[in-house]
Ligand binder design. Sequence first.
Ligand SMILES: *Cc1c(COP(=O)(O)O)cnc(C)c1O
Length: 396
Amino acid sequence: MSITPLMPVYPRCDFRPVRGDHCHLIGEDGRRYLDFAAGIAVNILGHSHPGLIGAIQRQAATLMHVSNLYGSPLGERLAQRLVDLSFADTVFFTNSGAEAVECAIKTARAYHSHVGNDHKFELITFNNAFHGRTMGTISASSQDKMHKGFLPLLPGFKYVEFDDLAAATAAIGPHTAGFLVEPVQGEGGIRPASQEFMAGLRHLADEHDLLLVLDEVQTGVCRTGTFYAYEQYGIVPDVVASAKGLGGGFPLGACLATEKAARGMVAGAHGSTYGGNPLAMAAGEAVLDAVGNDAFLVHVNAMSERLRTRLGQFIGNYPELFELVRGRGLMLGIKMKVEPRGFVAHLRENHQLLTVSSGDNTLRVVPPLVIDEAHIDEFMEKLSAAAASYAAEAMA
Ligand SMILES: *Cc1c(COP(=O)(O)O)cnc(C)c1O
């Protein structure tokens, strides 16, 4: 037997974290790492946040799981809070980002089907998008590397160039149900959509009775400096998929929709055994208690500006390594002149700094949103030491 008990679908590195301490992780060997990966933009409150721990512990001892057969006081409360914080009128809770996107896809199809337009089932999606790993969400993504070995894909998706309004316009046809787009592409390389593009999609959706569906799984819950990223574009979406930061590390996702967009999501249309269970709702509440206020956003934006300024000043020292800094809030990317994976490993192995690589040769910097100035100082020290040794190595 050569297959490992853990299905070998991840190329895991040697670091084996066993404990979290605020913005640091401690490995099996006792070493401390600065965590600017945050479980891939998940641990927005860092690790071991007392409010989140307390809420989960209390709820686990009170009521962990029932079923969606019964009324849900905690579910109603969290849904109401998300409605109050966003464009949405209604919320479906899931256990992951992909499930939130699946619900969004179903919501879009059901919207048109509900009034007899079953032929309007196709979502226009964008090159280099990432929407998850289920059959539906890989079908929604243009990336061949995620399709290989899993064909046939589900029909009903048309891929066009990201941030290209003319291409999106040209792709509209009799089967189009709407657009599915990340306001800032995450896995695609921390690429923010332009204002013209997002406003243009909104306009096209209005003009053709299409739904504007946003995948805010990575950009949502204060990551980009507003509660959801769409706010920065001055547009109102019809459907939003949310997850990652929403549970602060507890598996929790949500599909948010307007009343109009959710017109097909009637009793029996969708479901989930675990989705929205009391334990997940308690975690979500604890996260919103911490982040659902203006003071928290002020903090995120202050840290973003500080980190961006420092990075902007720094990357010019190594033009052979770094090209530019982009992103929004604390979802930042450093586009590199070299393949970033080697540098990510170098940062981790030699400087105990955790980051994530992303598409388009981009080094992803997605720290916990609770970082302070000292963490930024520590990050910049480690990054500059690492760049110096990496550049020297490359020269040798
Ligand atoms: C992470 C991510 C997903 C998938 O979330 P899972 O929880 O892994 O299913 C979907 N869309 C975007 C934009 C993501 O970043």
